[in-house]
Write a protein that binds this ligand. Structure first.
Ligand SMILES: Nc1ncnc2c1ncn2[C@@H]1O[C@H](COP(=O)(O)OP(=O)(O)OP(=O)(O)O)[C@@H](O)[C@H]1O
Length: 279
């Protein structure tokens, strides 16, 4: 299911949580919705799921069925894990009871425990179970890795990829910790203060930016005309992260590729003039 937003804007009083967001979430692709705290990720997911109205702009293509798992999902006080799963099964027309059972076992989720008494990590396990078992054509997971230990993070990633391979759908994972999700993603959308600052396939992004370090004058010469994302100087050594640098590296300079995490962090904090270079 392909979903498109046009000019999507959401104001809360003076706060522009979303400010003219134009994105297309392609069918059968795992997207990362990334950005710092307060960037607008949850607001966008809530609007996509129909749980929030935009102040302006449109969303098209969400008619096939949506499952949003929020990191602050609330349930009635009396709900136990089994109740939450039963409710999800009733609400989600593509629900797989088998997947839900497998994940409950893999995570070691206590079915008879009250949801209110679950630890932070267990709440994420429950959310992941609901999101994956929903098999919703548009599956939105808000901060799915919050509080999970390394083993459970691996379980979630494995289960998500395995089920997605058999039942491709449009998946959006929001996170402000890019390392947690980087390996799963095919496409990233980065928000910064309600605006899209990066919207590209992961394959296209990898290797696009480099960090170059060496003597100040030599580095300045190498990055002249490139899009600069970040610079720091330590005595006589200058280190610059940039996109669009020359292929030929002069002697005396050290050039290393930038990880997806670094590229996104630098893009979100780069001056506006240089953002265009990364698109
Ligand atoms: N109901 C609301 N009332 C007032 N302001 C809100 C409301 N919901 C969100 N905001 C504000 O909108 C901005 C975006 O919030 P949002 O929760 O979408 O960000 P986020 O990227 O999901 O952040 P985080 O990673 O911390 O969850 C923030 O400044 C937030 O304080």
């Amino acid at each position: 299911m392909s979903v498109t937003t046009a000019g999507l804007t959401r104001h809360y009083g003076p706060v522009r949580a979303l400010d003219g967001v134009d994105v297309t979430l392609a069918d059968g692709v795992v997207h990362g919705l990334l950005g710092a705290s307060g960037a607008g990720k949850t607001t966008l997911l809530r609007i996509l799921a129909g749980q929030e109205f935009p102040s302006a702009g449109t969303v098209t293509g969400t008619g096939g069925g949506v499952c949003l798992v929020r990191e602050d999902q609330t349930y009635p006080d009396t709900y136990r894990v089994a109740h939450a799963l039963r409710a999800a099964a009733l609400l989600q027309p593509h629900w797989s009871a088998e997947v839900a059972r497998e994940l409950v076992t893999a995570f070691g989720l206590p079915l008879d425990r009250r949801v209110a008494k679950l630890s932070r990590g267990m709440r994420s396990m429950l959310g992941a179970t609901v999101g994956i078992a929903s098999r919703a054509p548009l599956t939105l997971l808000d901060e799915p890795y919050l509080g999970l230990d390394a083993g459970s993070r691996a379980t979630l990633s494995r289960a998500l990829l395995a089920d997605y391979a058999e039942h491709p759908r449009t998946i959006v994972l929001s996170s402000h910790l890019i390392d947690e999700v980087a390996d799963l993603l095919e496409h990233v959308v980065v928000l910064d203060r309600g605006r899209v600052v990066l919207d590209d396939d992961v394959d296209a992004l990898r290797g696009r930016a480099v960090t170059v370090s060496g003597p100040v004058a030599a580095v300045e010469g190498f990055v002249a005309g490139a899009g600069e994302l970040h610079r720091e100087q330590l005595g006589p050594t200058l280190r610059v992260t940039a996109v669009g640098t020359p292929d030929a590296v002069p002697a005396g300079l050290e050039v290393t590729p930038v990880s997806l995490q670094q590229l996104i962090v630098h893009t979100a904090s780069a001056p506006d003039a240089h953002r265009e270079e990364t698109r």
